[in-house]
Design a protein around this ligand. Structure first.
Ligand code: BGC
Length: 764
């Protein structure tokens, strides 16, 4: 090891290790040694060097080219050389990462290695389905595997930290970032958060795993009216029962970093929130990793009306517990003065720097700062076939069969005339979804390419209409084709002659994601018109949806016989869709988020409160909680998803109807596959707490199990209800249980369940 960075660390840590005598019954020798290593390093750092660890810059110059001389890039470059940078983001590729790491290691006084962060959200170069799609698989192993693949590929490109998973529970489909989360349910979201953290971080001693980051802490998805970055006002009850549990699950899974969020939460910007960062995260949950701000969120406290200027913002953020400043320049510019003026205690800087350094130690960067910098490994790893296999697997599992009248699907594999219509059917970029910054455009398998594998049908493709006006990059709503229907005639002609028409419609991958809130949840542009025009000449339509959020498509739901929710499925998109359409894969996905009938219903979610007027008392009653022009019910409910098998639920039985503390109830249900097709079903368990010290939702997911059944096979499925499952954040401001009556529901969707009752008795 000839790394210069190590010289100071070695002197310090060797001393520490040799004189460290672990006390029995206190910390383990290993933990103590790690803490002592960090402390030794801290003790030889200047204040500015410690502040430098708290500073993160975006990639800033032609890294392998000449050093920048002027402007912002030169400032960053000089800061880097002076040890005033702790981490970089958006630098990728071994060559570039190595070049920057080398400056940190060889040219700074202490040679402390950098963290390299990147948004590896759904794959890196080989793209996985968007997270919302993966959540529809309800398959925690597949989701974990997908995170692992993303981590391994990114790690091979020098990256050692992903800004994922996003664990924001989201109930509002207008918000463009619903694509990045696990949907609306806290229980499912918590399980998925843990699976993703484990997938990314796995074994950090290898060069295949990277640091994960639970984001955005907290409340970001509850932006008023679904408008990104907007104000968030939520009750303590919603915060603790709905929003926080997936973050807690991430901490429990060992996540090393957190990212705070852009939004204000009940009047305080999250970046400046002591309640969130110091009290809840670091104190109550004992989180010992570090918190990075979101991009510029420290100085965004100025327009929020919470900080007077950048210096004030830095003071607020560090006191609140934001450890690292992403691109605000506020810490690097002002913290030193703030400490000298006595406005910020040096202990706070020490605490933040200690957290960051500890993570660097845990990642092994002090043993080998170039751990992720191996060009041969990069070459051999990026785009591996194994990655394609994994993303294809999870893509198939993510598809949700929303409707299948008269068994129109699966399609016969031979002897049919199939018309394929829609601009998205040949698009090789859109399926890559929103967060695919490392992927090349045009690298996804299109639906046309996927369907062309089935050669015994006569397949004719016709576009029908453009979705965008020639744009593949930065597709905003203004780039959507809302006028040109000149291709309709040709499409109608082809559809007339076909036995079946497959129409691929929906959102472009870049119409979703950050900053892409929409007020219209229908099919963008002229696609609805195209769908109706084709329907007039051929009713045998299979609608394949590509989208990053729930859509409101009531006309299609009523008229189109088969609807396949295929989201933005990533690199292997077309192969996954074709295999489902042709029955080589039997779909098992279930919606992780409610589909509304009408955008005005949002936020709409299955675990709503009953209200005092939940139903109509008399026919034509007016004064109950409803719309006069729309139903209350969703178009497709949370948990909904069909299969080519036909599943039937019966015989729901409880082992006892009284749950005592420390006891449990076994819930059994019989599941039959009443079809000739083998398939998988996600069996869902919901509970309702009838009376609470604060009102409780009509139903809450508390368990699920993926069950595989052969044709005509029946299985008995068992869930166990324990006291822990009944706990919630009560009127006492505590996570606890309350005695009383409960309902239990089991089924294949939140709106199709069978139910039973039990009582929970508390003795203390
Ligand atoms: C997003 C974060 C992301 C960061 C870095 C921000 O705009 O909100 O989720 O990780 O940029 O790219």
């Amino acid at each position: 090891m000839d790394f210069k960075s190590i010289k100071y660390y070695l002197i310090a840590s060797v001393l520490v290790v040799s004189c460290a005598t672990p006390k029995k019954g206190s910390f383990s020798a290993k933990t103590k040694t790690l803490d002592q290593k960090v402390d030794s390093l801290l003790s030889i750092m200047t204040l500015d060097e410690k502040i430098g660890q708290l500073n993160q810059y975006n990639g800033f110059w032609e890294i392998t080219g000449p050093a920048p001389k002027d402007g912002q890039a030169a400032k960053k470059y000089n800061d880097l050389k002076n040890g005033l940078v702790g981490s970089m983001l958006n630098v990728k590729g071994v060559k570039d990462v190595y070049a920057i790491q080398k400056i940190a290691v060889e040219q700074t006084r202490l040679g402390i290695p950098l963290l390299f962060g990147f948004d590896v959200i759904h794959g890196h170069k080989t793209i996985s389905p968007i997270p919302l799609a993966e959540a529809a698989s309800w398959d925690l192993d597949a989701i974990k595997k997908s995170a692992q693949v993303g981590a391994e590929e990114a790690a091979a490109e020098g990256i050692n930290w992903t800004f994922a998973p996003m664990v924001d529970i989201s109930r509002d489909a207008r918000w463009g970032r619903v694509m990045e989360g696990a949907g609306e349910d806290t229980y499912l979201g918590s399980k998925i958060a843990a699976a993703r953290v484990n997938g990314f971080q796995g074994d950090l001693s290898t060069n295949k795993n990277i640091l994960a980051c639970a984001k955005h802490f907290a409340g970001y998805a509850f932006a008023e009216a679904g408008r990104d970055y907007n104000t968030v006002m939520v009750s303590d009850e919603v915060l603790h029962n709905v929003i926080l549990p997936p973050f807690k699950a991430s901490v429990d899974a060992g996540v090393k970093t957190f990212m705070n969020s852009f939004n204000e939460l009940n009047g305080v910007p999250a970046t400046g929130s002591k309640l969130l960062q110091r009290d809840i995260l670091k104190k109550n949950w004992n989180f010992d990793g570090f918190v990075v701000s979101d991009w510029g969120s420290i100085i965004e406290m100025i327009p929020h009306g919470y900080a007077k200027n950048s210096k004030h913002a830095a003071e607020i953020a560090i006191q609140a517990g934001s450890d690292m400043d992403m691109e605000s320049y506020a810490y690097v510019e002002h913290l030193s003065a703030l400490v000298k003026e006595g406005k910020v205690s040096e202990n706070l800087i020490n605490d933040a720097a200690r957290r960051i350094l500890k993570v660097k130690f845990e990642l092994g960067l002090f043993d080998n700062p170039y751990k992720y910098c191996d060009e041969a490994h990069e070459k051999a790893t990026v785009g591996k076939q194994e990655f394609h296999d994994a993303v294809l697997d999870v893509a198939k599992k993510s598809i949700v069969l929303l409707k299948n009248e008269n068994n129109l699907l699966p399609l016969a594999q031979s002897g049919k005339k199939v018309a394929l219509i829609g601009a998205l059917a040949t698009d090789k970029t859109s399926p890559l979804g929103s967060w695919r910054i490392a992927a090349q455009d045009n690298t996804a398998v299109s639906v046309l390419e996927g369907m062309q594998q089935y050669k015994n049908n006569q397949l004719t493709y016709v576009k029908g209409a453009d979705l965008t006006k020639g744009r593949t990059q930065f597709v905003w709503e203004t780039h959507i084709n809302t006028t040109d229907t000149s291709g309709f005639a040709e499409a109608i002609d082809v559809a007339k002659k076909a036995d079946v028409v497959v129409m691929v419609l929906g959102e472009h991958g870049l119409q979703t994601g950050e900053g892409r809130s929409r007020t219209d949840l229908g099919l963008p542009g002229v696609q609805q018109e195209l769908l109706e025009a084709i329907y007039k000449v051929n009713k045998n339509i299979v609608l394949v949806l590509n989208n990053g959020r729930p859509l409101a498509i009531p006309w299609a739901a009523e008229n189109i016989p088969a609807i396949v929710e295929a989201w933005h499925l990533g690199t292997e998109s077309g192969n996954a869709i074709a295999q489902v359409l042709y029955g080589d894969y039997n779909p098992s996905g279930k919606l992780p988020m409610t589909f509304p009938r009408n955008v005005a219903q949002v936020p709409i979610y299955y675990n709503y409160k009953n209200t005092g007027r939940p139903t109509m008392n008399e026919p034509e009653s007016v004064f109950w909680s409803h719309y006069s022009d729309e139903k209350n019910t969703p178009l497709f409910a949370f948990g909904h998803g069909l299969s080519y098998s036909k599943f039937e639920y019966s015989d729901l039985k409880l082992s006892t109807t009284t749950l005592a503390q420390g006891g449990n109830i076994n819930v059994t249900v019989s599941l039959k596959n009443n079809s000739a097709v083998a398939g998988k079903e996600v069996v869902q368990l919901y509970i309702r707490d009838i009376i609470g010290s604060t009102t409780r939702p009509v139903k809450e997911l508390k368990g699920f199990e993926m069950v595989a059944l052969q044709p005509n096979e029946t299985k008995t499925i068992t869930f166990t209800i324990t006291e822990e499952m009944l706990a919630f954040y009560t009127a006492n401001n505590k996570w606890e249980t309350e005695a009383g009556d409960f309902k239990v529901f089991v089924g294949g969707s939140s709106d199709k369940t069978i139910e039973a009752n039990f009582e929970f008795i508390k003795t203390n």
